[in-house]
Design a protein around this ligand. Structure first.
Ligand code: ZN
Length: 262
């Protein structure tokens, strides 16, 4: 079984003492590749360092929407520079978050979101979208981007309804699901996930956040937990977990232009 965790905050300091062991646990569970997700310029730099160190990790560089107003977000120019690194396979995470907007004014988030999309267009690297309490606002930006052609993006940790999923798929985006889809109360979300075309669905952990059922609140999330999301969604879609794992890994490799060793 080959699993691909398309969204993990591997640079998180709580992994600093344990990262080698964590990577080994991932490999033992069948995780063949993990995309380490930047949240600030410094975090993006650290994600590249991690990707340089582990052959099964690649990096995404960007400024996460809840950080845009903070002094430690770092310079956008640095993100543009970092995006040239050969281990960088995506731009992000970006998007809009209206839950924490006390710290991050929406107009500033929107400007940064557009800059990430522009950088994605210039580099050919797909961008990763974070959406929280901001469906209409995110859709507006994506549909504007769609006027210039297919949108090379991924909806990360998707929690929207089928209508929104369809709109994103129509724009050319892929839809990624995290551990939240395994929660008991997430039946609606599982039904949405079951309808995504097989070649357009991805899985992720959003480690160290969103630990899947049944490990919730026991320990921080890690990339190998992606197998529980895979098991849950394979069941919802009526396919074997093996088949679903291989399919989602293939999808991720195609979207991020990553060639895995056989
Ligand atoms: Zn994230």
């Amino acid at each position: 079984m080959k699993l691909f965790d398309t969204h993990a905050h591997l640079d998180n300091p709580r992994y600093d003492d344990d990262r080698d062991a964590l990577m080994q646990r991932s490999r033992d569970a069948g995780v063949v590749c993990t995309l380490a997700m930047g949240t600030t310029a410094a975090s993006s730099r650290k994600c590249i360092e991690i990707a340089d160190r582990y052959p099964d990790v690649y990096a995404a560089v960007g400024i996460q929407p809840t950080y845009v107003g903070k002094p430690d977000a770092g310079d956008w120019d640095e993100i543009v520079e970092l995006a040239k690194h050969p281990r960088v396979k995506a731009i992000g995470e970006t998007g809009l978050d209206c839950y924490w907007d006390d710290n991050a004014p929406l107009p500033l988030q929107q400007t940064l979101f557009q800059q990430h999309i522009e950088l994605s267009r210039q580099t050919g690297l797909p961008f990763i979208v974070h959406m929280r309490n901001s469906e209409a606002e995110v859709l507006q930006v994506l549909q504007d981007a769609g006027k210039q052609g297919p949108v090379n993006g991924i909806m990360h940790s998707f929690t929207g309804d089928w209508e929104l999923a369809q709109k994103c798929l129509d724009l050319g985006m892929d839809i990624s699901f995290a551990g939240m889809v395994t929660f008991k109360k997430s039946q609606d979300l599982r039904e949405v996930a079951a309808k995504i075309p097989a070649d357009r669905i991805l899985i992720e952990t959003d480690s160290p956040y969103l630990t899947p059922h049944p490990f919730r609140s026991k320990r921080p999330n890690e990339p190998w937990y992606v197998q529980h999301t895979a098991e849950c969604l394979a069941e919802a879609r009526g396919v074997s977990v093996q088949q679903f794992a291989d399919q989602t890994t293939q999808n991720a490799c195609r979207r991020f232009a990553i060639a895995l060793d056989a």
